[in-house]
Ligand binder design. Structure first.
Ligand code: NAD
Length: 451
């Protein structure tokens, strides 16, 4: 653990040298990251196959391709993002100029989960580098092939005093959290998020917490059913439901429930074949513990679609449960697997009243054609981010901040939002010495009104 202390110290020394302040330095690092990914693309596919049985197409669109896009977008805009941002001032400030300078925090720590083990380790790192910080990442121990490949690639490409990987489990995270960082970016469960915030508070280190929760998909009676089903099936069963923004459950208008189930079944067959367990490209559950936890949910309510499992391959069929209630275990915690409970409602207002009482989810999806109702749902309910008539797609727009609210997290990232997340917004006022207005020195009432 002494090595961790030394690593943090060496990064702090390097940061204090101001080498990372330079635009050219940052761009060079981003290019090196891109070349590294290009060089190792094949090995990345292999590692993701080993860890989660991800197919190459999925691995490209949700992991490598995502990171390439993020680098490309950052390279294109970095110069503009780094510029000082001039702001207006009140008349009392005649002779001054005010601006915001984006200042790197310093030594940053990124702790990542296992479900998108490449994307969720490197996408935040792009923001940290772009903003001029040094970076230490700790990948998840539950995706060991990707973790060791990330350590090898970064170790070969970057000087550890600027960008380093520390592999390990909980104890390693704890040892890292004993050190003083200038920013901590955590992606993972709400329970561990609380621990991270507590540890960070010892040094008053600011944090971004990208957590989880139960994200609903609401299907209203006028929704385009086949398209809604297609987009829900894709959003739910991609990565076998092990996606933080996957629709956790469906709330459907009772009159269209049966039709929706039929459409969902059709879409599952079209995307994953009639026997998804035999589909070589269907993602597996990360480990036995999660496989057993998820298998336990199959006895909740009634299986409407799927329900078969393969314990040897740790695979669970795309499954839909009906007749489920909020008291069932499957409705207590985030599911994080290919099991979709379907609840029904009669009035949209009842759904809104119900969801307002629950923890704020990371995502929320509303399917329906009426703009008034779309607006009502988007305004009345609090959630990290979401879509009208789609699932997941909001997170692939780099212009939208991605993050949670309440128990689903705090802060956001992607694109410019990543750059801002990893930058302190330093306020600077520059005053002329050519003249000096007497206003503020007036004392008493006048001085107070200026301030
Ligand atoms: P996790 O919280 O168990 O682990 C995340 C990371 O924290 C791992 O690197 C792990 O080693 C480390 N860790 C575990 N226990 C720790 C402790 N006591 N102290 C310090 N570090 C500790 O999460 P997970 O199982 O890897 O991921 C699944 C969760 O992550 C789900 O809840 C999911 O919704 C959430 N998630 C959120 C996002 C997002 O962007 N908001 C993305 C992916 C996953």
């Amino acid at each position: 653990m002494g090595q961790i202390k030394e690593l943090v110290q060496s990064q702090r020394k390097f940061f204090l040298s101001e080498a990372t302040f330079d635009y050219d330095f940052r761009i060079k690092q981003l290019r090196a990251l891109r070349s590294m990914l290009e060089k190792y693309e094949k090995s990345i596919y292999q590692a993701l196959k080993q860890d989660l049985n991800k197919a190459q197409y999925d691995a490209f669109t949700t992991e490598i391709g995502f990171v390439y896009n993020e680098i490309k977008h950052t390279e294109k805009h970095l110069k503009e993002w780094m510029k000082d941002e001039p702001v207006d001032a009140p008349v009392t400030h005649k002779g001054t100029k005010s601006f915001i300078r984006k200042e790197p925090y310093g030594v940053t720590l990124i702790i990542a989960p296992w479900n998108y083990p490449l994307q969720l380790t490197l996408a935040p790192a792009i923001g940290a580098i772009a903003a001029g910080n040094t970076v230490i990442v700790k990948p998840s121990e539950f995706s060991p092939s990707t973790s060791s490949l990330v350590a090898k690639m970064i170790g070969e490409t970057f000087d550890p005093k600027f960008f380093a990987v520390v592999e390990g489990a909980q104890e390693t995270s704890e040892a890292l959290l004993n050190e003083r960082f200038d920013y901590i970016f955590f992606t993972g469960s709400t329970a561990v998020g609380k621990i991270i915030m507590r540890e960070a508070s010892k040094h008053l280190t600011p944090v971004t917490l990208e957590l989880g929760g139960k994200s609903p998909a609401i299907i209203d009676k006028d929704a385009n059913l086949s398209l809604s089903a297609k987009r829900i099936v894709w959003g739910k069963y991609t990565n076998a439901g092990q996606t933080c923004v996957a629709p956790d459950y469906v709330y459907v208008h009772h009159k269209i429930k049966d039709k929706l189930l039929k459409e969902i079944k059709k879409q599952i067959t079209s995307l994953y074949s009639k026997k998804p367990l035999e589909n070589n490209d269907f993602v597996r559950i990360i480990n036995e513990k999660h496989f057993n936890r998820l298998s336990g949910y199959l006895s909740n309510g009634k299986v409407a679609i799927g329900g078969n499992t393969d314990p040897e391959q740790l695979k669970i069929e795309p499954t839909v449960l009906e007749d489920v209630s909020w008291d069932d275990p499957v409705m207590q915690d985030e599911i994080f697997g290919p099991i979709l409970p379907v609840l029904t409602f009669e009035q949209l207002d009842d759904v809104i009243v119900d969801l307002k009482q629950r923890e704020k989810p990371l995502a929320l999806y509303y399917f329906g054609e009426k703009e008034k109702k779309q607006e009502k749902v988007m305004t009345s309910l609090s959630f990290g981010g979401g879509c009208i008539n789609d699932t997941l797609y909001h997170l692939a727009n780099p212009n939208l901040p991605f993050g949670g609210v309440g128990s689903s997290g705090m802060g956001g990232y992607h694109g410019k939002h990543s750059f801002n997340t990893f930058s302190h917004q330093k306020s600077i006022l520059k005053h002329t010495t050519k003249f000096d207005l007497p206003l503020r020195y007036g004392g008493g009432k006048l001085a107070l009104s200026v301030i």
